[in-house]
Design a protein around this ligand. Sequence first.
Ligand code: MOS
Length: 685
Amino acid sequence: MIGATLPRRDGPAKLAGAAPYAWEHRVENPAYVHPVQATVVRGRVTGFDLTAAAALDGVVAILTHENAPRLATSDDAELGILQDDAVHFRGQLIGAVVAETPEVARHAAGLVRADYAEEPHETRLRADSDELYTPEHVNPALSTESSRGDVETAMAGSPVTVDEVYTTPMEHNNPMEPHTTIAHWDGARLTLYDSTQGVHALREAAAPLLGLDEDQVRVIAPHVGGGFGSKGQPHAPMVLASLCARHLPGRHVKLALTRQQMFSLVGYRTPTIQRIRLGADRGGVLSAIAVDVIEQTSRIKEFAEQTATPSRSMYAAPHRRTGHRLAKLDVPVPSWMRAPGECPGMFGPEVAMDELAVRCGVDPIALRIRNEPDVDPDTGKPFSSRNLVGCLEEGARRFGWPSRPPGTRASLVDGWWVGTGVASSTYPVHVKPGSTAAIRYLGDGRYRVAIGAADIGTGTWTTLAQIAAEALGVDVDRIDLRIGDTDLPKASVAGGSSGLNSWGSTVVEAARAFRDKFGADPDPDDEATGDTPDIPAQERFAMRAFGAQFAEVAVHADTGQVEVRRLLGVFAAGRIVNPRTARSQFLGGMTMGLSMALHEESVVDHRYGHVVNHDLAEYHIATNADVQSLEAHWLDEHDPHVNPLGTKGIGEIGIVGTAAAIANAAYHATGVRVRDLPITPDRFL
Ligand code: MOS
């Protein structure tokens, strides 16, 4: 069962359009919300003219801070919308129109006039800002700084050094399903059909805001069309739908963001400025690693991306430091985007390793193997398992690395410079505590397995059923899985690649409890529950997945056009529950990494504070035409420590390191070192 290449159990329903996404739940008496957003960056709303909007046939209500229901708390300034006249960023929610059709709501929202008292703003991240500060923690609760030895002295004494600045731009998550909520008040109960990565996490955020107990709120999300983190933390549109529904008891109020609205309301990846310093002997053995990151957060709420943290565990060096500094700007609140921290944070360091390899005249794979640590260099703890070297070696073999010509500009074929590059990948292993699973015998050999887990397109409907089947010792078609509803036992959010580790371990516990209580021959309605197990080994071991990314890149000699001709990843990510869905996760991550490498950049017009390329025509995301040969492989890794299943999580590691491998390949092809993403044609002209 575990390890079987099972097709998606939700596949037929999805193909038939019978798997409801948030917008598609059939509801009585719907009304449609269209947001009104601030058109200035900073200041106050001094007044509204609602006359034209209110006069439109079909308009049911217009909400602004002047008439919106009051929230019970205003602790979270991102979520505390329509409570006062303040504007903190361009695109902030300042109102909403509710109408009988989406078209009327949208038209009317465009007729709402707001007057503002504007104040000066700053939206540009600058390394030389004198307002940079050091946050107390970085996401999720990691130390901001780490330090061992004496980096300055080690750098000064190193015969070979790298000291360069690398940057990654602001980027926006663009799941195919836009952020959507249907909200409905029935007496003192609120129901939300929401495109969320965690029904219980959303309820925990919504209930106190709305002055409700958690058991007065039900959140339903059986199918979610991608999230990548943008549906993991609560965002303001969910609050807007809830306020509109409270204003209109009895109506099912429906809100789906437009693509353009997603560029200011549901988080984004902060831009980063990374100063990387490496000091080594002539053979490339590191004595110093320093990673100092500057990034942005919003003035109203702090999100501190953990960009410098992956370098703490990658390579041995006695002298090491990492640190983060933030600028508070008049911008939307940054948030999670696939592998926050690890993904941007492995770009600079892995390109810097390539630069060191060139400066030492050492093969980039040999360089990495030479700096392989015996224990986690940050904590001194042993790794529960660490197979970076295995990934590099297996990848080199599959990719044909040994035939790589040394030096740059070695291959010009049909007008294209062609080169290859490599980078390491890593992602921490997380098991989130606090989930519960319930297993009930239905008779006839069938079991209902209930846990409020999420399937955001990752395959949970299939993989969690496989885990339950194996744990109960029955065939997978005997498992009636229930997920995506707060009426089910509590589950942690689908984030940090923790979903299957956490929910799967919980289901294993529940199955064990069920068999202990009822044996192999239960009676119908026998039921047992299990909770997420503690993982005491977390204290003794450093736990991470590793991988190696290989890229072949062609750069057109005349136009600078960049093509990624081959991507190959090898991962050591613990036990693989379902090769089919796992390969899809790895390939998806690598494709998103390709997209990051070549295309993705949210361009802000700093005069007006908004992302100007806020649609899929201008914010290019890699599509089939951008992807040529793409391969994901994995090592058979058995880690008895990470959790009872031995899984490490695979949702995010595929994106980590991809952009660095592509940048390194572009350098090998052309001799042009690109240190700023994305890698656009102009860099090569
Ligand atoms: Mo993932 S960015 O932790 O949802």
